[in-house]
Write a protein that binds this ligand. Sequence first.
Ligand SMILES: [Zn+2]
Length: 90
Amino acid sequence: MHWTPPRGRACAVRVAWLLNARKAKLDDSVKVKCTRCSSTFRDRAGRLRDGYSRECPNCNVLIFFDSESSDASVRKALTEARRVRNLLSS
Ligand SMILES: [Zn+2]
């Protein structure tokens, strides 16, 4: 009467594993706010360090990541990247 499919439990474990894998993948990226168009995108924490530069995918402006930048969002992204790198290495 109260028969449950034997595969139900295995399926739930698999879903949990997929969610964890997805979370781990997200944890390694940092949100960056473009200095020109204010759109946000994500970049790998391993690449985001002092002296790094990349183009905004929205307006193609080149953003320079400098810890002494006058732009608060650039400094914030660098701080966040450092935090994520510390978390991943520990
Ligand atoms: Zn932009």
